[in-house]
Design a binder for this molecule. Structure first.
Ligand code: PXP
Length: 240
């Protein structure tokens, strides 16, 4: 069964809609832990559209499970990460105009920037994951750059319609997971995963971690955060 990382960014999105103090992502993290989250995931974006510096600082002190911080390969973010020392940093691409992280990090094109970022994080004792597309060239390069893990971008899978096309996307994710493990990488997945599409990804042999945000936060509006996380965790447990 993969571990469940609960991404709480969109709790902060609601707060930032009014620039007030509620809802507090720190509370959401506590509720997520009570619901069975194995990890809390936050993305500190350069534009601070949702998670703020204060959030990551307080979460570092209050989260009892693993803290996974997503960030771009920017000097400012690397400094914050090395200072804060989350359990894991997931390096992601970031475009100012995007609504959410649209594609994986291109580790071929951004080879030296990614490599330097990994070195800096490793020097601070932080485990590094790279958010990449399920593509063998990207996976092989992630290994060359000395990443510890890869997070396979499941956005295309999540957006695909039609049984055969969906099965094809699962094959791509499965082969990417196998290839990543062969390379000696730990394999994670995330983006666009929901209560209805998560199970085939959770069932991929060797898949160690799923990071899920939007769907859990959306459900939490109706059933509460703890319950929303508990339900997602129950689906992940169906793998066993
Ligand atoms: N993993 C990564 C690397 C992401 O950037 C995101 C989106 O912030 C997620 C997982 C979660 O995606 P979603 O909110 O669609 O579940």
């Amino acid at each position: 069964m993969p571990t469940l990382g609960v991404n709480i960014d969109h709790v902060a999105t609601v707060r930032q809609a009014r620039h007030t103090t509620e809802p507090d992502p720190v509370w959401a993290a506590a509720m997520a832990e009570l619901g069975g989250a194995d990890q809390i995931t936050v993305h500190l974006r350069e534009d601070r559209r949702h998670i703020q510096d204060r959030d990551v600082r307080v979460l570092r002190q209050t989260v009892n499970v693993r803290l996974n911080m997503e960030c771009a390969c920017l000097d400012e973010m690397l400094k914050i990460s090395c200072d804060l020392k989350p359990d894991q940093v997931c390096l992601v691409p970031e475009k100012r105009e995007e609504i959410t992280t649209e594609g994986g990090l291109d580790v071929m094109a951004n080879h030296s920037r990614v490599s330097d970022s990994i070195k800096r994080l490793h020097d601070s004792g932080i485990v590094v994951s790279l958010f990449i597309d399920p593509d063998k060239h990207q996976i092989a390069r992630a290994k060359e750059l000395d990443a510890d893990a890869i997070e396979l971008h499941t956005g295309i899978y999540a957006a695909t319609r039609g049984i055969e096309a969906i099965q094809q996307q699962i094959r791509i994710l499965t082969e990417s997971c196998e290839f990543g493990i062969e390379q000696g990488l730990r394999v994670h997945a995330g983006h666009g995963l929901t209560y209805t599409n998560v199970l085939p990804v959770a069932r991929i042999v060797g898949m160690e971690e799923l990071n899920i945000g939007h769907s859990i936060v959306s459900r939490a509006i109706f059933v509460g955060f703890q319950q929303a996380v508990r339900e997602m965790k129950q689906i992940c447990k169906l793998v066993d």
